[in-house]
Design a protein around this ligand. Structure first.
Ligand SMILES: [Zn+2]
Length: 332
């Protein structure tokens, strides 16, 4: 058993309380590689932002959970080396699907876990979340649970249709599970293809797809039911058009990729939404930079040559999100 506190990590309790009160949201960036980790830490240190580094099932399959845990420990030391005396870094399990997996992560030093029972019947979702909360709270580890179903595909978490969270269920759910934060469904979606062209309208000037708006009425009803309770949005990449265009220009093929407009995420950040998950935008930033570099430098083959601009492009994207969308800068 390793306590996250020995690794210099923090749980989400204090940072969420401050974010809800302060009208901003904490970025939750997924990471799988060293370059992503470095870019996340550099961005967080330069903007003086707390940050959640999260590990999905796909990340564990790709990089191994133990390696990712040591990378998060390295992230804390790296932040200090970059001049941040008191980094606020959370190591979070994204979409934990069983009690055993959550327990494993808690035992190896994660400071926060998500138990995703959103596909289960209501009572089973509550029972599973409560079991994880009872274990996690013994070690001061915070727990995110989910109510409602998001559409889209993300590292083996997928659903064809979404079901908005029912505001009339949230008090009962939060009270009986004891969870520390609640992921809700108000129209965000996993992946780089969040909406089909049929779900969108087209901007007559640009011809680009305009996605349907988030259900802010559902969000405000949830806030009324659970005043000040930390709310989480999954599937909140914006799928920046310039990155998609770069990918397509240099040999990629991402037709009609579409995300959540940043104005809507900015509006959500000012509410009780205090954690916003961003994964696809980092993938797009990395791929765009690598495609461009390799197309322009066909004789280069040292991975460091193309991973360096990839890392810089991700860092630029992370800083943009922190400063211009979530507002979590200057909070350390
Ligand atoms: Zn998710």
């Amino acid at each position: 058993m390793v306590s996250y506190k020995e690794l210099g990590l923090v749980n989400t309790k204090e940072m969420f309380a401050k974010a809800v009160k302060g009208g901003y949201a904490i970025p939750a960036f997924n990471f799988n590689t060293m370059e992503q980790m470095q870019a996340i830490v550099q961005a967080a240190v330069e903007t003086k932002s707390p940050v959640i580094m999260q590990v999905s099932k796909g990340a564990r399959n790709y990089a191994n959970a133990t390696i990712l845990r040591y990378m998060a420990q390295g992230a804390v030391e790296y932040a200090k080396e970059l001049g941040c005396a008191n980094p606020q870094i959370v190591l979070h399990l994204d979409h934990g699907d069983s009690f055993e997996l959550c327990k494993d992560c808690i035992d190896m030093g994660f400071s926060s876990v998500m138990i995703d029972g959103s596909s289960l019947p209501y009572e089973e979702n509550i029972a599973l979340a409560k079991k994880v909360v009872d274990y996690a709270h013994q070690f001061d580890v915070t727990v995110e649970a989910e109510l409602g179903v998001l559409a889209g595909v993300e590292d083996e978490v997928s659903s064809a249709v979404s079901h908005y969270t029912k505001p009339e269920e949230v008090v009962d759910f939060a009270t009986r599970t004891g969870c520390d934060s609640l992921a809700i469904s108000i129209g965000t979606s996993h992946g780089a293809y969040k909406f089909t062209p049929a779900q969108c309208t087209r901007d007559p000037k640009t011809g680009k797809l305009v996605p349907p708006p988030l259900a802010f009425d559902v969000l405000s009803e949830i806030e009324k039911q659970l005043p000040g309770f930390p709310i989480v949005l999954h599937g909140s990449s914006s799928v920046p058009q310039d990155e998609v265009d770069t990918i397509n220009k240099f040999g990629g093929k991402l037709p009609d990729a579409v995300g959540i407009p940043e104005e809507q995420l900015r509006k959500a950040s000012e509410s009780a939404v205090c954690k916003i998950n961003i994964d696809s935008d980092s993938r797009l930033a990395m791929t765009a930079a690598i495609r461009k570099y390799l197309a322009e430098n066909p004789s280069h083959f040292d991975p460091r040559q193309y991973l360096k601009p990839a890392r810089e492009n991700m860092k630029k994207m992370y800083i943009h999100k922190i400063v211009n969308v979530l507002g979590s800068n200057d909070k350390l």
